[in-house]
Design a protein around this ligand. Structure first.
Ligand SMILES: *Cc1c(COP(=O)(O)O)cnc(C)c1O
Length: 376
């Protein structure tokens, strides 16, 4: 049996007619950038997140970058981010000239560790940028309390957590600004790049609106040096059609995750995701932990199971951040996770049979002696 890492063909059948009709209408109107459909999607997605404003952008990376810019993050500032995440979380800080300050993750949720965060705060700290990694919200209560105490902002990287909730509230509206990606493989994915910043703050909303459109206040009046980062109308059509099913699809992901956990529980050598009771995990990624991970990955591949690694190198050890002079050993939880994490196939329509096959294969590969594999 072959099990792909993701397969959205059944999802597509569900929304195909609406997308076809919507795209045709956009071509007929010719309103390719920020058309009415984009505005409608901004409103719908903001409502979905339980926030007042949504600003459609080019990508999740741009959402993070413009969030930093809207908060006047600048040269000389520090922004705290987890050392274990996708690199865009830190790049957006670097684009402003500010310095990303890495902090290790919690062993259980893989998210920013509030205890370690406290120690990383300095008078230069301008904002905290927690990530809701793999689809499980970070410990926002402690992060928000700390931010409040120091009068600094919180930007949520919710690029993997559309619809996830923390203490009954959806992510995106927990901090000052929430950032989402609609990259095609995200749980709400477009037909190309796309992103959104959401906020309850009118001033921030107006600033990001200006920033995404050349700093414009009128057709040729430019108040600030803005950028070009706008959501295509066609992307909005695709995303609007899918948004209606997102809760259903997230529920399906959750059921599939439960099945994985059931089939893999008590298996020696496999660490399962730990779900916190006060949070809804949306399982953008279903990741397990295994020793000798690269051998396991290869073994799965030989059995036709497409697994991936998110992520093999923590940010503090990336060549792109060599200038910050971090060393191996600085963030042991991140480094250990980078060695052990293994993302298994996950998408709403993955069948129970496919999951059973992945689990049988995984147990077999993990159970086998690591013959001929050199100790790492
Ligand atoms: C995907 C992702 C991003 C970047 O989103 P793009 O739309 O690809 O720019 C940022 N942070 C995290 C955690 C992501 O998973």
């Amino acid at each position: 049996m072959n099990v792909p890492f993701m397969d959205f063909s059944e999802q597509y059948q569900t929304v195909k007619n609406e997308i076809d009709a919507g795209i045709k209408a956009v071509f007929e109107k010719g309103n390719f950038i920020l058309g009415q459909e984009a505005k409608d999607f901004e409103d719908a997605f903001a409502r979905f997140c339980g926030v007042t404003y949504g600003i459609g952008l080019n990508s999740g990376t741009d959402a993070l970058y413009l969030a930093c810019a809207a908060l006047d993050v600048d040269v000389g500032d520090e922004v705290i981010v987890p050392s274990f995440t996708f690199i865009a979380t830190a790049l957006c800080i670097s684009y402003t000239g500010a310095k990303p300050v890495f902090v290790d993750i919690e062993n259980e949720t893989y998210n920013l560790d509030p205890e370690k965060l406290k120690k990383a705060m300095t008078p230069r700290t301008k904002a905290i940028l927690p990530v809701h990694l793999y689809g499980q919200p970070a410990n926002m209560q402690e992060i928000l309390a700390l931010a409040k105490k120091h009068h600094i902002a919180v930007i949520e990287d919710a690029c993997q957590a559309h619809g996830a909730a923390y203490q009954g509230k959806r992510v995106g509206g927990l901090g000052n600004i929430g950032c989402f990606s609609f990259y095609p493989t995200k749980s709400l994915g477009g037909a190309g790049d796309g992103g959104m910043a959401v906020t309850n703050d009118k001033t921030i909303y107006e600033k990001i609106l200006m920033l995404r459109d050349y700093g414009r206040t009128g057709r040729y009046d430019h108040k600030i040096k803005g950028y070009n980062s706008r959501l295509d109308t066609i992307q909005a059509v695709v995303l609007s059609a899918k948004l209606k099913y997102l809760d259903t699809w997230n529920k399906m992901r959750n059921e599939k995750a439960q099945l994985y956990c059931h089939l893999l529980k008590d298996v020696k050598g496999i660490g399962l995701p730990q779900m916190k009771k006060d949070r809804t995990h949306v399982f953008q990624t279903f990741a397990v932990r295994v020793a000798d991970r690269d051998r396991v990955l290869e073994g799965l591949k030989q059995k036709g199971v497409a697994a991936l690694i998110h992520y093999p190198i923590p940010l503090h050890l990336q060549e792109a951040y060599a200038e910050l002079n971090y060393q191996r050993g600085d963030f042991p939880e991140s480094e250990r996770l980078a060695d052990e994490t293994l993302s298994l196939p996950m998408f709403p329509h993955i069948s129970n049979k496919q999951i059973e096959y992945v689990c049988v294969s995984l147990k077999d590969v993990v159970g086998r002696k690591a013959e001929g594999v050199k100790a790492r």
